[in-house]
Write a new protein. Sequence first.
Length: 247
Amino acid sequence: MSALVELVGVSKQFDQVAALAPVDFAAEGHKTTVLIGPSGCGKSTLLRLIIRLLVPDTGTIKFDGAPVNAENILQLRRRIGYVIQDGGLFPHLTARNNVLLMARHLGKDEKMMRDRLEEICALTRFPLDALSRYPLELSGGQRQRVSLMRALLLSPELLLLDEPLGALDPLVRASLQKDLKEIFARLQQTAILVTHDLAEAAYLADEIVLMNEGLIVQRGSIVDLREKPANNFVSEFINAQRSLALA
Ligand code: ADP
Ligand code: MG
């Protein structure tokens, strides 16, 4: 197995805040890596560094073995799909036009795009007749499916998802979790997904990466975290979520 994305000694500071202390991180190809941790621990910062919306203060980031830099990032971004924290749909564009935006920008063939759109609607179980609706005319779950379709349209090698199910009610969330898991398996997708929900992490992850205060505290399976916590924070984080579930 080899890492599709690899960070070595990567850090990022904003004014007085060390958003990310120097961290080492790798995401294996064809696996789902889940970043989890309390709000403000640096999860979104880590994703933004990977796609170079932020430039690291120290360290190197490699994609598919090659260091990411200002020269190659535009090419690399075409190989990465990114679902940002609030979905990031343009309100004045229909679902169809949101999904096709990047493909059109890149001048892709219209027939190819139409075929691919149908395929991706089937994959994400989004109704074809809702493609002409605007984001406000869709349910929360449907909006998330549109964000996902947009990110998947050009068959990215890497999919980054920042709390894609964060704002959904529990039933819709559960059904989307199931769909996401099936889609990742079907596509053999390499994915890095951010969540703050441990049950979601346990359900979706091949590997869980637990963060706190800009550091990676522990990585492994849910069983590793539960049975062999690296420190008190890990036990407290797991117990807090367990008591939430029972409350
Ligand atoms: P998470 O996604 O885990 O909730 P973030 O990565 O968004 O956390 O943020 C990590 C820390 O960096 C937080 O303290 C946040 O306030 C800070 N931060 C993130 N982005 C910026 C920014 N653009 N300017 C200043 N501080 C930021
Ligand atoms: Mg975040």
